[in-house]
Design a protein around this ligand. Structure first.
Ligand code: BEZ
Length: 202
């Protein structure tokens, strides 16, 4: 399998952590690329019309995207229901947490593009503030959750979202009013899958 990859992408990290947890990392070749919404990548667009990562080329030559689909595919390849719980309450909790964490990533990546890619004179601070509000509200909700030690698609996604905040927005100090969430990430971060996939400091 081949995975279109950028080390900073939290969505790609979800896939890599999932593969690592499932023992599939060695079967995935990483194709490194650099892209932003204003510098699309032609080869990637020929595979994924949205031009987004992650995109996985399976051993059968099929193309799968985006991160929820690729992670569920890998889970099925490894026998099923190891990272995505069986139908029932635990599954809905994991999928909701994945949605919440992906929403944090979406807001954070949009802010990153606004601050690092958009020309200075076109930047819109109220819009950035609105994205930060989504992130803070989501983090406050996560602080109230009882994040079990079980590592499923929900908790993998949360760990990758928090890792991206540490990578790009360390100065925002998300841990300050969220000691339980910070302690949870401190413990989860010891897992080999998270340690092996951390983005190099920019
Ligand atoms: C980043 O550099 O922050 C980034 C790169 C790829 C996807 C998303 C974010």
């Amino acid at each position: 399998m081949q995975l279109y990859f950028n080390p900073a992408s939290p969505y790609v990290r979800k896939v890599r952590v999932t593969a690592h947890e499932l023992g599939l990392s060695d079967r995935i070749e990483l194709i490194t690329l650099s892209l932003t919404p204003v510098s699309p990548h032609d080869e990637l667009r020929s595979r994924n019309p949205l031009g987004k990562i992650p995109a996985l080329i399976t051993d059968d030559g099929a193309v799968l995207y985006d991160s929820p689909v690729v992670c569920e595919y890998l889970d099925a390849l490894a026998g099923g229901h190891r990272i995505f719980p069986v139908p029932g309450g635990a599954r809905w909790t994991a999928l909701r947490r994945q949605a919440l964490a992906d929403g944090i990533m979406d807001a954070a990546v949009l802010i990153r593009y606004e601050q690092a890619v958009r020309p200075q004179e076109l930047r819109w601070q109220s819009w950035v503030d609105g994205q930060f509000l989504k992130i803070r509200t989501a983090l406050d909700a996560l602080e109230q959750e009882h994040l079990e030690s079980a590592f499923d698609i929900g908790t993998i996604s949360i760990a990758c979202a928090l890792g991206y905040l540490d990578l790009r927005f360390a100065g925002e100090g998300w841990r300050t009013r969220r000691p339980r969430l910070a302690a949870w990430l401190g413990a989860a971060g010891q897992r080999p899958s998270l340690a092996a996939t951390a983005a190099p400091a920019a």
